[in-house]
Write a protein that binds this ligand. Structure first.
Ligand code: DOR
Ligand code: ZN
Length: 402
């Protein structure tokens, strides 16, 4: 049994909390607030094949430090996770890495939609949390850039009652924009090339497919006011459409290229500052359901390459909760919105079994982002001062003091 003494809940009530465990442990939670542990529905922990960027040993440590005990991993690995066998092999690689560091991280895997492996979808319902569709090219070479394949995936997924998670950037439109562009190739051009039309074109297409086949649709990393408007309309219509945003789209914007250079390059790209306000408003209005870190590490050497060679993606799992708690401190969100974003909506949308993992946070603790457990060794948030930090993560009856 774990006894958490004097824990405050999100309404401010203080009580002792008892959690099932084989361990006997008492935690003094005086001054701390108890939240459900974070569920991060969007990480790239890079196993198999890309472990030089990140692996499950470091990724799990970064998760615990971020108050997170459940992650959903993406399929754009080497090879990509596009068969049942590859899903099974990936699971055993993950299990052995997690046992090496003795962290019982909960995880689920996304199956990667690939034109040549669509027949595999009918056999993976029990093995995958959903089907990931890259509507535009990003890291790796999983892409579904033609309507016929998209129709096939949405229809197969609906038959299997599987959720489709989309990276909504339209590949054809993106190619047209890249071909027409003649200016200098600097990092900030990334946001101009992969512009909002590239995103809305794909979001619109995905919503139409969800309507046509009755497919449950999860729109990953929503970054703009225009996407929010389309999603709000789909929700009003009663479609099963859910939206995720990311810490980098909430807390960074195009002004960050000046300091971050290649580190700021992500897909979909950072947007102008006004979109951040629209994302916060969409969270408060319940249009955005979840936050996923889109933890996508690359080495510093890779991120320092010139624009065009620098891969897209940044780490995020470790600082997602502190960034959100800092937003609470600044009055932009309240704690119930943070709980909904980081745990309860994901629990509902993905129908996860209940458990009692928790995180104890100190809402008054102010500290600088100074180091990271991620294998890549860098963070876009380095040097930021944040108020609100996790102090203990409780995972499967184990207490991790942070
Ligand atoms: O920025 C991104 N990085 N966006 C993606 O879609 C993929 C990810 C990665 O795997 O690096
Ligand atoms: Zn991603």
């Amino acid at each position: 049994m774990i006894i958490i003494k004097n824990a405050r809940d999100i309404s401010g009530n203080i009580s002792d909390v008892f959690l099932q465990s084989d361990n006997e442990k008492e935690v003094n939670a005086q001054g701390l607030t108890l939240l459900p542990a974070v569920i991060d529905p969007h990480v790239h922990f890079r196993t198999p094949g890309l472990e030089y960027k990140e692996d499950w040993r470091c990724g799990a440590k970064a998760a615990v430090r971020g108050g997170c005990t459940t992650v959903f991993d993406m399929p754009n690995t080497l090879p990509p996770t596009f068969t049942k066998t590859l899903l099974e092999e990936k699971k055993s690689l993950i299990d052995s890495q997690l046992s090496e560091v003795d962290i019982p991280l909960r995880y689920e895997l996304f199956f990667g939609a690939d034109k040549k492996h669509l027949h595999e979808i009918s056999g993976v319902r029990e093995d995958a949390i959903g089907i990931k569709v890259f509507m535009g090219c990003s890291t790796g070479n999983l892409v579904m850039d033609d309507d016929e394949s998209l129709h096939a995936v949405f229809s197969l997924a609906a038959k299997e009652n599987m959720l489709v998670a989309v990276h909504a950037e339209d590949e054809q439109l993106l190619r047209t924009k890249k071909a027409a562009y003649q200016g200098e190739m600097q990092y900030h051009v990334h946001s101009a090339l992969r512009d909002i039309e590239v995103a809305t074109c794909a979001v619109e297409k995905a919503i139409n497919l969800s309507r046509q086949y009755g497919t449950r649709l999860y729109i990953l990393h929503v970054s703009s006011a225009e996407e929010i408007a389309l999603i709000a309309a789909a929700k009003r219509e009663g479609l099963s459409v859910y939206a995720e945003t990311t810490p980098h789209h909430l807390f960074l914007d195009t002004s960050c290229y000046a300091a971050l250079n290649g580190k700021a390059v992500v897909n979909p790209p950072l947007r102008d500052v006004a979109h951040r306000g629209a994302l916060f408003a969409a969270i408060r209005a319940g249009i955005i359901d979840t936050i996923g870190s889109d933890h996508a590490p690359h080495t510093l050497e890779e991120k320092n390459k010139i624009y065009g060679e620098c891969p897209s993606g940044m780490p995020g799992i470790e600082f997602m909760l502190p960034l959100l708690l800092n937003a609470v401190h600044q009055g932009e969100l309240d704690l119930s919105q943070v709980v909904s974003l980081t745990s309860s909506r994901a629990q509902e949308i993905f129908k996860l079994p209940a458990h009692d993992d928790v995180v104890l946070v100190d809402l008054a603790h102010t500290a600088k982002v100074e180091n990271t457990a991620s294998k890549c060794g860098w963070s876009s948030y380095m040097g930021m001062t944040l108020t609100g930090w996790p102090m203990y993560t409780v995972m499967k009856g184990r207490v991790f003091r942070l």
